[in-house]
Design a protein around this ligand. Structure first.
Ligand code: GRF
Length: 201
């Protein structure tokens, strides 16, 4: 199961990996969920013939009710793994209780540096010379869960001129490959989480 909020290029990379080698990749995508409609990520899922659902925060009286609705919609597909691939919402207690330990996220910075919604911009503003991406399990903090894998991207002097647009694209190139690799390995080999240590078996 993949959750998206935007363009869905990470989702597309996963779809392509499954399509290229359906048996060998080890994972298949059972459905795609989103917190908003009319986004390219959902179109990509529909084009691939996958079921989709949308649960918008504003359609629910409280954030807890949204969390319950998202949990229920996700649970209906009985996923082994839930992948937040550019899903820009913090899920609530109920979702974590149900999917904790099998819910992963991809973040466009080298955690624990630059967590939150502006990882690329914040790394650039800080003057970091290297940044990158992190695939990690989700816990109840913001981008604080156990790290599974990271990829490094160098910051170029000219990145300061476009506010990080080109830098984010270079990060996403690395991020897509990392996410595809991690999801395949988790699915094929299984894994253990001991405290902050993640071992793919
Ligand atoms: C990724 O860089 C992700 O880490 C960030 O938003 C981007 C999503 O890109 N939170 P896409 O929707 O997969 O193209």
């Amino acid at each position: 199961m993949v959750l998206v909020s935007g363009s869905g290029t990470n989702l597309q990379a996963l779809l392509d990996a499954v399509a290229a080698d359906p048996g060998g990749y080890g994972a298949r995508i059972v459905a795609v969920g989103a917190d908003r409609d009319s986004i390219a990520g959902l179109e990509r899922a529909e084009r691939a013939g996958l079921p989709t659902f949308v649960r918008r925060v504003k359609d629910h009286a409280t954030r807890d009710e949204w969390d319950a609705a998202l949990t229920e919609a996700t649970a209906a597909y009985e996923p082994d793994l839930v992948v937040s691939a550019g899903f820009m919402k913090i899920v609530g207690k109920r979702f974590l209780a149900r999917f904790g330990g099998r819910f992963i996220n991809t973040h466009p910075a080298l955690l624990p540096s630059f967590p939150g919604a502006h990882g690329v911009r914040d790394a650039l503003a800080y003057g970091a010379k290297v940044t990158g991406c992190t695939v990690h399990f989700v816990d109840d903090g913001v981008d604080t869960g156990p790290v599974i894998a990271q990829g490094v991207v160098e910051v170029r002097d000219e990145d300061h001129e476009d506010g990080g647009v080109a830098l984010h694209e270079r990060i996403k190139d690395v991020e897509r490959r990392l996410l595809v690799d991690v999801v395949g390995r988790l699915a094929r080999h299984g894994y253990r989480i001991e405290g902050r240590k993640v071992t793919i078996q």
